[in-house]
Design a protein around this ligand. Sequence first.
Ligand code: UTP
Length: 422
Amino acid sequence: MDKEQEIIGLLKTYNQEHIINLLHKLENNEKQDLIKQIEQIDFHQISELYENTKKELEINENKIEKINYIDKQKLNSKELEELENIGDEVLKHGEYAVVTMAGGQGTRLGHTGPKGTFKLDVYGKGKYLFEILVDNLKEANEKYQKVIPWYIMTSKENYEETKNFLNKHHYFGYPQKSVTLFIQGDLPLVDTEGKLLIGKDKKIKEASNGNGGVFYSLRESGILADMKNRNVKWIFIGSVDNAILKMADTSLLGLAIKQNVEIASKSVVKANPKERVGVFCKMNGHPKVIEYTELPEEMAEEKDENGELKYGESHIMCNLFSIDAIEKISKEPLIYHSAFKKNSYINEEGKEIIPKEPNSYKFEAFIFDCFPFFDDMAIIRGKREDDFAPVKNKEGVDSPRTAKELYEKYWERQKRKQGGNN
Ligand code: UTP
């Protein structure tokens, strides 16, 4: 049997007849490209992931407990200084690196282009999200007189655009030799009937495999080895879309070292029981984040002995890992979740359809699914107005408007503080 017949058999087995129709219509070169792509796809995995979208998620309440955390606001100045001093040492010795996860699709924001290229309308002139991140890193570099190596994870889809954008803006003044872009893995998108979407380029449409893909990609791309060569010991991994993200918070780092753990995270208090964020807990004795979609309502409302939400520490994509922790997780398979999103596609008549409502599943591993591989982790509770200004939705909550407001207020407070110190 020739290769094409084999592929056709495979597509039939997995109910992907529309791709067979497409294959028949393509010219030789395009056909060969599509065949090559099909050979790379694990249809069994995709079919299983699709079947999982129909299953109800179950949480066994009995095994879930509250997680311990340290509230940064409640530390006295001596305690805070102790943590910061421990963390400072790592930065002073150049043993710290930062990874920005910028491979998301940003579907909710609806910005064309990588999210980091979105300009937040701050102080009239505006600032790109990448520029805001650079500001934060430069501040740390100045303080510690070291250049923090900065690694940016993109998707296959947005790599070129991200690279060109950063080049065009001269990396916003960040030393270019300390910035490395790397590409994460991807997986096909499927519609509600389990059919793979076809893109405008007459190929199967794929999208990045979730921010949990960061660990494998760090190792695969050689970044982990590069970090080791640079004697990096601790790695901060953060999102691209938090306008007041602190990537070199030495209290978080100090706490991880003091508690002798390999991973740490900064949380903020959940705004209300219905807020759409994942929360920390301990499940079967291991740290874990439960997504809001997976947390039963009664647990979301439950209070602890202090009258606070029992599961109220929100995960804000502000995570820290030892290099050994990254090495370990990069070899573990993380589970995939499905996200129902809007994705354009080509229909059987070859016409591009741009859906107004979500139409397809994207399969994503989440960064926090690595936590259960550890016995413990350090959590420091930050302050929402100092730590979390997400740009997620086009309007309403967590939108450019709310992020701008939080950003400007934060910087006004900083200026006032500095004024007070002078
Ligand atoms: P989100 O899960 O909020 O996704 O990403 P998103 O792509 O920004 O937005 P929507 O859901 O499509 O509207 C949180 C962080 O993880 C990164 C994002 O770039 C963001 O920094 N991410 C997400 C990746 O790097 N890769 C992915 O595959 C998914």
